[in-house]
Write a protein that binds this ligand. Structure first.
Ligand code: SF4
Length: 450
């Protein structure tokens, strides 16, 4: 179990020398308990205390890295069951399965499509993360060739799916420097796969469908043999099965500090789904609870977009809305006579209205007020979006210098601010826009003289 700040404090030197950057040992202990700093900042901890504290401060779910370079997948290090308790830190990696029975042309085409797929949402570029290469042919030569081909086309992380250690070794000889995930060690091949993971310094999936006790035993065998970067495959494939297994693994790791299951989990939603729709639903369940790497059997832009969006939503800190900097933004190429609209700095609000303005045919100025990332009505109700704030932003960003008119359009949801804003900006004309962003084009056509 994690130690409290007071329990950690008992192990510290209590000299308050400040060398760790904190005024007292107690302050440092509190930060350690919150996992906000590392013990190594204190140079005076005894060996004995250090061992006790390192064990207690070890994350309940180990951080495991698959791949190398900028696009490597890092999963694990989660500390809560539910995102509202704190946040989820490491979004699961989506990897697309490639079979070594496919032709070279099909493989090259799929790799190109997946690697170049990206969508923009709330100002962020969302992408898929890698490939899982499956030895579907049961032929070692085909598998090695396929691994080489995929590696020659992409630097994205790889998962190598093959149960034959000899074939896996040949494939690893070609791509081990890219740190692929070896999938998988089973009861039958465990010792050989462990040797490969050690030899090539790659993370290893441990797969055991017989039950969580059996999985924990197999993991203990692997870690005792010296492999620490482990990813779990409990073998659960269906909706109910995988929900139960992944939740129990997470609970045992977080609530009971049960180390044999304190590792990220890999899932295979395509294997438990009868259709593309089911695969998307099951993958969505795994995003929410509690996959680290998700192997998708299929790829289409239509299935990828909702999954990437869901992942973004689940892994956004619920206490820190995605927001953008306040200021005056150009939508299209506005001229001095173009309309001036006002909104808040909640990203979703901004991108909704910006998208509608862009397609409206009216290049515009969009004034974004600092509402601490809250949407229009929420920020108004919280007293963070009022006439004073709008007027202050107009002055702070010298809006009047950019435009040749003095008309400002406020969101219809806060029409009530009109009178107050007219008092704050006495020589301005305050117009009340539509309640919904989608209606802004029609509003401008009707009310903006230009
Ligand atoms: Fe205490 Fe160590 Fe920090 Fe000094 S460096 S204040 S001894 S925790």
């Amino acid at each position: 179990m994690a130690l409290t700040g007071i329990e950690i404090y008992k192990f510290l030197p209590k000299t308050n020398c400040k060398e760790c950057g904190f005024p007292t040992c107690l302050a440092f202990a509190m930060k350690l308990a919150a996992k906000a700093v590392e013990l190594s900042l204190c140079p005076y901890v005894s060996e004995e205390a250090s061992q006790a504290l390192e064990a207690a401060s070890r994350p309940p779910i180990r951080l495991v890295t698959v791949g190398s370079g900028d696009r490597k997948i890092e999963v694990g290090n989660e500390v809560v069951m539910f995102r509202h308790e704190k946040t989820f830190y490491r979004p699961p990696g989506f990897v697309i399965k490639i079979k070594d029975t496919d032709s070279a042309d099909e493989i090259a085409k799929l790799v190109g499509e997946v690697a170049s797929y990206s969508v923009e949402r709330v100002g962020l570029e969302l992408k898929l993360d890698g490939f899982a290469i499956e030895n579907a042919s049961n032929n070692g030569e085909n598998f090695v060739k396929c691994v080489e081909l995929v590696k020659s086309k992409t630097d994205l992380p790889l998962v190598l799916m093959c149960s034959d250690p000899a074939v896996m070794d040949l494939a690893l000889e070609k791509v081990a420097s890219a740190k692929p995930l070896i999938c998988a060690a089973t009861k039958e091949n465990c010792d050989q796969m462990v040797e490969l993971a050690k030899k090539h310094q790659c993370p290893l999936v441990v797969s055991e469908p017989a039950g969580l006790s059996e999985l924990a035993e197999l993991v203990a065998r692997v870690t005792d043999a010296g492999v620490e970067d482990v990813v779990l495959d409990p073998g659960a494939r269906e909706f109910g099965q995988s929900l139960a297994a992944l939740t129990q693994i997470r609970r045992l790791a977080i609530k009971k500090s049960f180390q044999p299951l304190g590792f990220p989990v890999i899932t295979f939603p395509g294997e438990g789904a009868a259709s593309i729709e089911e695969e998307v639903l099951l993958a969505g369940q795994h995003v929410a609870k509690y996959a680290g790497i998700i192997v998708l059997d299929r790829f289409t832009p239509g299935m990828s977009y909702p999954l990437l969006t869901l992942r973004l939503n689940i892994y956004t800190d619920p206490q820190k809305p995605i927001q953008l900097a306040p200021g005056i933004y150009e939508i299209g190429k506005p001229k001095p006579e173009s309309p001036l609209c006002v909104t808040t700095n909640f990203s979703l609000t901004y991108f909704s209205i910006a998208g509608e303005l862009e397609s409206s045919g009216f290049p515009s100025w969009l004034q974004v007020c600092d509402t601490e990332g809250l949407s229009v009505l929420t920020s108004w109700a919280a007293g963070k979006f009022d006439a004073e704030k709008i007027a202050k932003t107009v002055k702070e960003f010298n809006v009047a210098d950019k435009i040749s008119h003095k008309s400002i359009i406020i969101p219809g949801g806060v029409a009530v601010l009109r009178g107050e804003l007219e008092e704050e900006l006495p020589d301005w004309k305050v117009m009340v826009g539509p309640r919904d962003a989608v209606d802004v084009g029609g509003f401008l056509k009707q009310h903006w003289a230009g």
